[in-house]
Design a protein around this ligand. Sequence first.
Ligand SMILES: Cc1ncc(COP(=O)(O)O)c(C=O)c1O
Length: 490
Amino acid sequence: MHSRQTDTPLLKAMQKYVNDRVMPFHTPGHKMGKGMHPVLGTVLGRDTLALDLALMEEMDDLHEPHGCIKEAQDLAAQLYGADHSFFVVNGTTGGIYAMILAVAGPGDTIIVPRNAHRSIIGGIILSGAIPVFMQPEVDHELGLAMGVTPETVAAAVRLHPEAKGVLVINPTYYGVATDLKRIVDIVHQAGMVVMVDEAHGPHLKFGKGLPVQALDAGADICAQSTHKIIGAMTQCSMVHCREGRIRVPHLKSMMQLVQSTSPNYILLASLDVARMQMATQGYELIDRAVHLAEWTRQEINTIPGLYCFGAEKIGNPGVYSIDPTKVTVTVKGIGLKGAEAERILRHKYNIQVELSDMYNILFLITLGDHEEEARALVKALSDMAAHYSGQSNFAVMDDVYSSTSYPEPPEGVLSPREALFGNTCMVPFSESAGFICAEIVTFYPPGIPLLCPGERITQEIIDYCTQLQAAGLHISGPEDYTLKTIKVVD
Ligand SMILES: Cc1ncc(COP(=O)(O)O)c(C=O)c1O
């Protein structure tokens, strides 16, 4: 470890400014907490509020860093193996916007997975790029989308040699990683940029046996939610890039476009400190989280009716490796839907899941967890399985997927941006064949959109959606969630 990695240049500069007892005739208006209403002021405390500083000489400028922010970002780049790292205070959402804007402009093609997080669709809308979608693999037992395979990526770049770049989600929310090294080789051979949505992987570098992190697999750029998995505060993410295929000055301009000119310094300092924590204790902390998660997984798998997938899925389509700290519990076997299990855990056991879907509940085990929490979770799950077995019948849902064939992907006619900003109207869904869709229609499971803005609706898709709806699958996306009507381009 480089000796400077123990330092926190940004936090130190902030503390020095406070200790200098400067008289602040500057923003923020609460003036180090003195003007803030005590309802919040006393909760946050004067020491915290004194650190709520603004852009000034010693505090550097996130958009033109040359002092303590530059130092802090350079240390992050050194730790993660990037040529440049950028602090982001509006989440990986902001990082992904900048990443897409830096690679693809209006009318450019970009290849993305069909189950893209909405920040990816948002970035495409902002840039005016034309998406080409890759279908991720689906695990029907879990009802979840897995990764995209290298073969799927190879086919997409062959069909679209004009594309500027390929974006992959790695690992998924549920901790499934694809063969990123092979994907990077395929994409680079085609002369395109590799972007990685690594929202769920800022810790990968620090764990033995975890999926390879994007930069180590050779990716050109990635965005990580430092706040989701390691020690930064909510909204705090990082973008890391390598020089070469990324035009760094252009990326910097795009980072400026998507971020406030008044970033919150406490948030920025939390990124500085999270980096220092990983540099000094990362291997130990992540190793502990991995072992705790593996123990939790093993215990959960002894509870009748529950299933927590793990290494046995490796080798299945779209599953090259697994991050065990994402503990997905399939509750289908006790007749409960994920949302029902979530409510029971919250209200009867005072435990909050990260998310639930039709068949599963997801728990994150991080550097903040200890044996005590893991034991309490296992106990609660065991009790829930014994006392709350539900009545949900999943046979109809399972049948609908095995008995109906997946429709041909719709043709993209307009860019999502054109569809979104064009004149739109609502038409009956059953009569919408031939219209251009102006919204996203997704069914859970497995959460892969069937229609995206700019795509032509086909009768086959209408019939398929109608069957999924009749089987009781959850719809997400459309303004009219009953899907009696759909928003289309007028
Ligand atoms: C796969 C994926 N990408 C991007 C994001 C956006 O990250 P953030 O919440 O940090 O903006 C999320 C958030 O859940 C996500 O799951």
